[in-house]
Write a protein that binds this ligand. Sequence first.
Ligand SMILES: Nc1nc2c(c(=O)[nH]1)N[C@H]1C(S)=C(S)[C@@H](COP(=O)(O)O)O[C@H]1N2
Ligand SMILES: [Mo]
Length: 261
Amino acid sequence: MIGKPQWLVANGGTILKDARQELGRRIEHPARRAFLQRTLSLGGVSLLSGCALVDADSVETALQRISRVNDRVQGWLFDPRRLAPTYPESMIARPFPFNAFHGEDEIPTIDENGYRLEVSGLVADRHPWTLAELRAMPRTDQVTRHICVEGWSAVGKWGGVRFSDFLRRIGADPHAKYVGFKCADDYYTSIDMPTALHPQTLLALTHDGRTLPPRHGFPMKLRMPTKLGYKNPKHIQAIFVTNTYPGGYWEDQGYNWFGGS
Ligand SMILES: Nc1nc2c(c(=O)[nH]1)N[C@H]1C(S)=C(S)[C@@H](COP(=O)(O)O)O[C@H]1N2
Ligand SMILES: [Mo]
């Protein structure tokens, strides 16, 4: 029963994102304007907003409002025990696609020995973590599909520490609303606590059986098969637990915050 509405909601997120991309081009081209009008009527925005969808600003406000409703519905539909599909190793994409808001020449270089993961906010233990400490935690592997809103997906294998184990270890408040991430390339994002505690959410230290390569997030990334690509931060430097909405790099530019896949 949950399957269908979830698909609709997730797809709604993509539709919103597409609409925003069109908006970014300022609704100049007639074909784009027609696309936008179609998209908005699909999303039922005019019904909810009650404002005339004529100028970019009122469209923008309406879309933001819808996107937050969408977050709430996705949060409400999210089943913390429901697992994302896993795949046979024969389906792993090699090479695995790279993506970031910057080019491959701007991948951050992080010194393995100097690295410390900062932990702050609503947690009991704020000590910074070395890579050796992270690697000493119990680890697990999973083969799942990464879905990027830019129109590609790929099956990959990630290994690491279950994020729920890590959160328990640092004494994170499980009733807090958000977990936020700051990355070495100045990317940032945040997730809801139920997803943070989901059994398939991993602090990934390996990709395809090897130490996470720089292009895929060395030294550590968060891997969630229940969320779209942009919600999976690479090169994590700081993790914080909070009740204050932290937003994200793409989310602050209009991508749906919940970003379920
Ligand atoms: N630090 C950081 N993490 C990031 C991004 C980024 O630009 N910087 N891009 C996101 C997006 S949009 C995608 S699709 C995935 C790509 O991960 P990959 O290079 O391992 O395929 O990383 C996500 N996490
Ligand atoms: Mo992405």
